[in-house]
Design a protein around this ligand. Structure first.
Ligand code: SAM
Length: 355
C-alpha cells in the first residue's frame, strides 16, 4: 500500500481499557453529529450517508482495532487502513489513530502536504486556539452540554441546587400547576419540582441533556406527568396558554435573543401565569458562579434591564431581587464549605419574577 501516513497521538491518565472505551464512545457520538455512523465491535462499520467507508477487520480492545477504509467512493481500489491503538505508557495510556496509505487521488505527490496543512493541521490548530477552544469548552460544559462528564454532572448539579430552591420558593408549584422549564440540563430541577404533584413540560436544545433528563424522570414521563422536548428556547414547541408557571435557571446569560424567549414564555403562559428566571449578574463575572470561558461568552444585564425586557415581552409586573442562597444551599444538603461559598457571594444571582 502506497500513499501517506497520518497519525495523531494523545496520552491520557487512564488505563488502556477505560481509555479505549471512552475514545470509542466519544468518537461514535462525535461522528454521529456530522452525519457519520460508527458502530463499533468485531463486525463494526462506518457509514457516510449510507456508503460504507470503513469496516472493522481486527477488533482486539483495548490494544488494537484495525479498519479497512474506502477513501474514495468513485474508486474501489482506493483502499487504505485505519488503526486505533491504546498502549500503556508508564502510568498513562497512549492513544493513537493512524491512517495509512492515504492520498491515491492527489494530482501531484506533494499535494499531500496541502491536504495535511488544510484538512488536518489547520483544523487542529484552530481548535486549539483560544476562541474556538473557549467556544468548545463553553458548549460542552454549559451552553449545549454533551459528553460523558456533562451527562454525569447534570444528573445532580449540586452548585445549581440553591437556585432551584430559590425558584421553587418563588413559584410554589402545587398539584394543579402546569410548570414549564427552559434549559433543563439533566432534569434535576424537574425531578425536584414534580414532588409537589404538579405536571410539567420542558425544552432544551442539547440531545445529551434530553437523554439524561428522560432517564432521570422516566417514571413521571411514563405516568403522563412530564413531557421532555428538544428545541430552542426562542421557539417553544408548546401551545398558547398551556402553563401556569415557568422557570429558567443558568440559561438566560447564553440567550442570543432574550426578548424572543421572554415573548415565547408570555405566549405559552396563561394570563395569570408567573415566571421566575435565575441568572448571574455582572458582579459575578470570573467568580465560581460565572467562570471563564463562560463569562466572556455570556451576556449580563442590570436589574433594570431585566425588568424592562420582561415588560416589553408583555408581562404587566416584573421585579428583580438578589436572593440569599445560603438557606437554600443548606436545605439542599450541600457540604458546609459549599454553603459558605453561597453565603459569601450574596450579589451574584439575580432573580427576575414576572406576572
Ligand atoms: C448551564 S446549563 C443549566 C441547566 C439547568 N437549568 C441547571 O441549572 O442545572 C444551560 C442549559 O440550557 C440549555 N440551553 C442553552 N441555550 C438554550 C436555548 N437557546 N434553547 C434551549 N436550551 C438552551 C443548555 O443546553 C443547557 O442544558
Amino acid at each position: 500500500m502506497e500513499g501517506g501516513t497520518v497519525s495523531v497521538t494523545l496520552e491520557v491518565e487512564a488505563g488502556p481499557a477505560a481509555a479505549f472505551e471512552a475514545l470509542v464512545d466519544e468518537l461514535g457520538a462525535s461522528l454521529g453529529r456530522i452525519g457519520i455512523e460508527f458502530s463499533p465491535g468485531p463486525d463494526g462499520r462506518i457509514l457516510e450517508s449510507g456508503f460504507e467507508v470503513g469496516r472493522v477487520v481486527t477488533w482486539d480492545p483495548p490494544g488494537r482495532a484495525l479498519l479497512r477504509w474506502r477513501a474514495a467512493e468513485w474508486d474501489e481500489d482506493d483502499v487504505t487502513e485505519l488503526e486505533l491503538r491504546c498502549e500503556s505508557a508508564g502510568e498513562a495510556t497512549r492513544m493513537t489513530l493512524e491512517h495509512r496509505g492515504f492520498g491515491h487521488q492527489f494530482w501531484a505527490e506533494d499535494e499531500i502536504v496541502g491536504w495535511f496543512a488544510d484538512q488536518v493541521a489547520t483544523p487542529f490548530l484552530a481548535r486549539s486556539a483560544p476562541r474556538m477552544y473557549g467556544n468548545w469548552l463553553t458548549d460542552r460544559a454549559a451552553r449545549r452540554p454533551y459528553g460523558g462528564f456533562a451527562r454525569t454532572s447534570y444528573r445532580d448539579p449540586t452548585h445549581h441546587r440553591p437556585s432551584f430552591g430559590a425558584v421553587l420558593a418563588t413559584l410554589r408549584p402545587e398539584a394543579d400547576d402546569v410548570l414549564l422549564e427552559i434549559g433543563f440540563g439533566g432534569g434535576a430541577f424537574l425531578e425536584q419540582a414534580l414532588r409537589s404533584g404538579c405536571r410539567a413540560a420542558a425544552v432544551d436544545h442539547s440531545s445529551d441533556m434530553v437523554r439524561v433528563a428522560r432517564e432521570l424522570n422516566a417514571d413521571a414521563i411514563a405516568d403522563g406527568r412530564l413531557e421532555i422536548a428538544q428545541g430552542d428556547a426562542a421557539k417553544l414547541p408548546f401551545e398558547d396558554d398551556r402553563f401556569t408557571c415557568a422557570a429558567m435557571m443558568q440559561v438566560f446569560f447564553f440567550l442570543p435573543d432574550p426578548a424572543a424567549v421572554l415573548a415565547e414564555c408570555r405566549r405559552v403562559l396563561r394570563p395569570d401565569g408567573r415566571l421566575a428566571v435565575f441568572t448571574v449578574s455582572e458582579e459575578a463575572r470570573g467568580s465560581p458562579a460565572s467562570p471563564e470561558p463562560m463569562a466572556s461568552r455570556s451576556r449580563f444585564y442590570t436589574d433594570e434591564e431585566l425588568v424592562q425586557l420582561a415588560r416589553e415581552a408583555g408581562f404587566a409586573e416584573a421585579h428583580v431581587s438578589r436572593p440569599d442562597l445560603e438557606p437554600f444551599a443548606r436545605e439542599a444538603g450541600l457540604p458546609e464549605d459549599v454553603v459558605a461559598f453561597f453565603a459569601a457571594d450574596q450579589r451574584a444571582g439575580q432573580l427576575l419574577v414576572a406576572h
